[in-house]
Design a protein around this ligand. Structure first.
Ligand SMILES: Nc1ncnc2c1ncn2[C@@H]1O[C@H](COP(=O)(O)OP(=O)(O)OP(=O)(O)O)[C@@H](O)[C@H]1O
Ligand SMILES: Nc1ccn([C@@H]2O[C@H](COP(=O)(O)O)[C@@H](O)[C@H]2O)c(=O)n1
Length: 240
């Protein structure tokens, strides 16, 4: 993602890397931050979800790594980085809504724990950021601050208490009981956190805890972190 020989700030977008557990607000907050700043928005979880959808469509057992790898070859994935026109496609099929369905959410952790899958999608994420054509990109997921863009100028761990995250997710889901929603959310975090650590901030990563913040306050908090970091860098560039 970083070409050290390129003059800073000329061609490369400013990368805002955001990680956090399920239901912490990564996608909704990142999308709004991107809108406010005129940046692109990259939802990395969508790639894992789309691959899980693709594997299920081929009748694959997503807990079996070898079977998952069998269907990676014809996984034709595309995603929009426009926060006002978000879509996800596999081949000619728009899967934007389908990848949020419960059966896909339940299968996604199996796909995400395959190392070759992670390497492949991480390379894709970096090329999407580089080719965004935007002054910056907000990219969110689980390992963005640590693996995908560890050298990003802005790195944030967005978190909230488990109870608050479960309550927010439960408010969105009408087809399951609150207890079932909470259980599924915590089960997915437990599975995912065996692969990457998104519960503790890596060195240099700023924590934004939205437990006691509403949505707008959380967006402001993230924009505040971005402003602080970018103005400090501008000051350093100008010798201040
Ligand atoms: N600070 C906040 N206060 C209240 N609601 C919030 C806040 N942040 C996010 N939300 C709401 O919480 C819900 C979950 O947020 P979102 O889907 O963005 O989380 P996420 O971290 O991307 O989850 P997942 O990883 O499961 O996709 C959404 O309905 C969102 O609008
Ligand atoms: N950087 C990432 C992003 C996501 N995952 C996996 O994808 C699943 C779905 O992510 P959402 O953000 O859309 O909920 C998530 O549960 C992880 O299994 C990942 O591994 N790394």
């Amino acid at each position: 993602m970083t070409d050290p020989s390129a003059p800073a700030g000329v061609d490369e977008p400013i990368v805002v890397a955001i990680d956090g557990p399920a239901g912490s607000g990564k996608s909704s907050v990142s999308k709004q931050v991107a809108r406010r700043l005129g940046f692109g928005y990259l939802d990395t979880g969508a790639a894992y979800r789309a691959l899980a959808w693709h594997a299920l469509a081929h009748g694959v057992d997503t807990s079996d790594s070898a079977s998952v790898l069998d269907v990676v070859g014809d996984f034709d994935y595309a995603i929009s980085l426009d926060p006002d026109a978000y879509w996800v496609r596999v081949g000619q099929t728009d899967v934007t809504a389908a990848i949020r369905e419960t059966h896909v959410t339940e299968a996604v952790s199996g796909v995400a724990r395959v190392p070759a899958v992670r390497e492949s999608v991480n390379a894709l994420f970096r090329s999407l950021v580089d080719g965004s054509g935007r002054p910056g990109v907000v990219i969110e997921g689980r390992d963005i601050t640590t693996v995908v863009a560890p050298d990003a100028p802005v790195r944030i761990l967005l978190t909230a208490s488990p109870a608050v995250r479960a309550a927010r997710r439960s408010a969105e889901v009408t087809t399951q009981s609150a207890a079932d929603v909470a259980e599924a959310l915590h089960r997915r975090d437990a599975a995912d956190s065996t692969v990457v650590d998104f519960l503790t901030a890596a060195p240099g990563v700023t924590v934004v805890d939205s437990t006691d913040l509403d949505f707008d306050q959380t967006v402001e908090a993230v924009i505040g972190v971005i402003s602080t970091v970018t103005s400090a860098q501008t000051g350093a560039t100008h010798g201040r």
